[in-house]
Ligand binder design. Structure first.
Ligand code: GLU
Length: 554
């Protein structure tokens, strides 16, 4: 009985040959150094920060080489599909400055000549290659039920053998073609398995662009190629899709590294050239007491991309932080090139940490403070307003009604060589600006000043009272500061550090303490941007009223 007959019975509607597809999806006409990479998520609807990390690496590698970066949707596990997930992926990546040259655009639309870019629509292609493998005796139908497979597994475990469908345990491997035909004819359910030619005795040497040189035994498992539902497994689809879509560099999570023997075997059996592989380390989290662990969707809110939206981290901050994780040299590069677009930085896979990228929100905040620090007032106002619109209605209302004031507030200490760096994310703004607005300040003002003991409190009131009596609101910054020093001197505070160091008992303190006290009276904060600017924005009436209020605290 011929294998051709079996192949026809298994795949009656497949009339194409592998060559037809290999010709249809011709080699891309690109420069030899151009890399073709892809992002290949399952449409589960959850955008993990690790996905952005992986997509960013792939996108950078493609774009910086003049290549192509595309989006393939791996939806062969249809149970996991969530509506709208594809659009959501495209939009999420776009927000992080990651755009696809080809691939799915939405649920039903795509662009590019190498599609369909959705695996569920490629059934005919997979089956064409599967049929050809059956014809060559390299794949066979397996009729084992889930119960039989778990029995087999138990038996292997009891004998301390490697589990799985291999060697003499691969029962359906030895069915005669005749018998297989009869079973298919009878309507018995089957999956299609690879007839693995591999042996654990043989080693394959391999160079991964990130992990370096690796060596592992050949695959000897008769893995499933086509599942009972007619769709391919990840392994089979990967080999076919990455070949036909002409991917040059398969950049993916390190969880796939252990399947590499299977993939290499499949590429070889199918007669495909092997692509270059780069396995990206997982995004990890340092946990006190228990070391590093994978960033978890369940335990860590920061694993979700939506976390960064809600907190209001500018997407570019997240991107630059991730670039730091990809290549630690990014930080130095950024320091040397403070205003250059990050796209100019060259990502190098062989310089990526092999062991795991440690995700650190404190570091992200530092990166983000620098980035917001470099924004113009206009950008800050615009970005803050649009964030507040989505995530903080109270602040959106405030900023909408007080645009000019917000512009003045955001302009303080901005634009110079040492810009303010007090916002890491837009949700920080409220706490940093609330004192400008009586609606919030009245509440803060009525709180006890915990930081002062009785004596300090009395001295603070004395300072504020004298200052309030003598101060002129309209002075420009330098004159204002001179006045502060003069009033300070009358109160016994000096601006002369040397004199103060020499005979500290002669003075009450340094004039900076006077400024701090004024700041405390006006803002209830020990840190604010430039005090003169703060006072100008508050306006004379508010300043005076706040001084009065402060002095009257019992
Ligand atoms: N769909 C696979 C995943 O989400 C893709 C892995 C790959 O990039 O090949 O893990």
């Amino acid at each position: 009985m011929s294998l051709a007959k079996l192949a026809n019975l298994l795949f009656p509607n497949i009339n194409n040959k592998p060559e037809d597809f290999l010709q249809k999806y011709a080699t891309r006409n690109l420069n030899p150094q151009a890399c073709v990479t892809r992002y290949a998520p399952s449409p589960t609807g959850f955008q993990h920060i690790g996905g952005v990390f992986a997509a960013l690496v792939s996108e950078r590698v493609a774009k910086q080489s003049g290549g192509i970066f595309y989006l393939r949707i791996e939806d062969t596990d249809q149970k996991r599909e969530v509506e709208g997930a594809i659009e959501n992926t495209v939009q999420t990546m776009h927000k992080f400055g990651i755009d696809f040259d080809e691939g799915m655009l939405s649920q039903d639309t795509e662009k590019g000549n190498y599609g369909p870019y959705r695996q569920s629509q490629r059934e005919e292609i997979y089956k064409t290659f599967a049929k050809s493998l059956v014809q060559q005796g390299l794949a066979y139908p397996c009729f084992c039920s889930p119960e039989e497979l778990s029995e087999l597994r138990e038996k292997q475990m009891a004998q301390q053998l490697t589990t799985g469908y291999w060697g003499e345990f691969a029962r359906c491997r030895s069915l005669s073609t005749e018998e297989s035909l009869q079973r298919v004819d009878k309507g018995n359910k089957f999956v299609l398995r690879l007839r693995s030619p591999g042996s654990l005795e043989n080693k394959i040497d391999f160079v991964d662009l990130i992990k370096g040189h690796t060596s592992f035994p050949e695959n000897n498992q008769d893995i499933v190629l086509i599942k009972g539902d007619g769709l391919p497994t990840y392994h089979f689809a990967h080999a076919i899709d990455d070949t036909l879509m002409r991917t040059t560099h398969v950049i993916r999570g390190e969880e796939w590294l252990s399947s590499l023997p299977i993939h290499i075997q499949l590429f070889d059996i199918l007669g495909f050239p092997r692509p270059t592989f780069a396995h990206i380390p997982n995004v990890m989290k340092q946990e006190y007491g228990s070391g590093k662990r994978k960033l978890s969707k369940r335990k860590d809110p920061e694993s979700a991309v939506t976390y960064y939206d809600k907190q209001g981290y500018p997407p570019v901050s997240v991107v630059e932080y991730l670039l730091n994780l990809i290549n630690s040299g990014f930080e130095d590069w950024r320091r040397e090139n403070p205003t250059t677009d990050y796209h100019e930085f060259k990502v190098e896979l062989d310089r990526m940490s092999k062991s795991g990228a440690l995700f650190d929100l404190v570091k992200l905040s530092d990166v983000s403070k620098d980035i917001i620090g470099k924004m113009t007032t206009h950008e800050v106002l615009e970005k803050y307003t649009s964030w507040a619109k989505n995530f903080d209605p109270e602040m959106f209302d405030l900023v909408s009604k007080n645009e000019a004031t917000f512009r003045d507030i955001f302009a303080i200490d901005r634009g110079g060589p040492n810009p303010r760096k007090d916002f890491a994310k837009w949700s920080d703004v409220k706490e940093k600006v609330s004192y400008f607005f009586d609606t919030f300040f009245v509440h803060e003002e009525s709180q006890k000043i915990e930081s002062l003991n009785e004596q300090q409190h009395a001295e603070a009131k004395r300072i504020v009272q004298t200052y309030a009596q003598n101060y002129t609101h309209t002075l420009a910054k330098d004159a204002w500061f001179e006045q502060l020093k003069t009033i300070g001197a009358e109160l016994g505070y000096t601006a002369d550090r040397k004199a103060y160091k020499k005979s500290p008992t002669e003075f009450k303190g340094m004039v900076a303490e006077v400024a701090s006290t004024i700041r405390l009276a006006l803002t209830r904060r020990s840190n604010t941007p430039d005090l003169h600017a703060v006072m100008q924005i508050l306006g004379e009436n508010a300043v005076k009223a706040r001084f009065e209020k402060f002095v009257s605290i019992p």
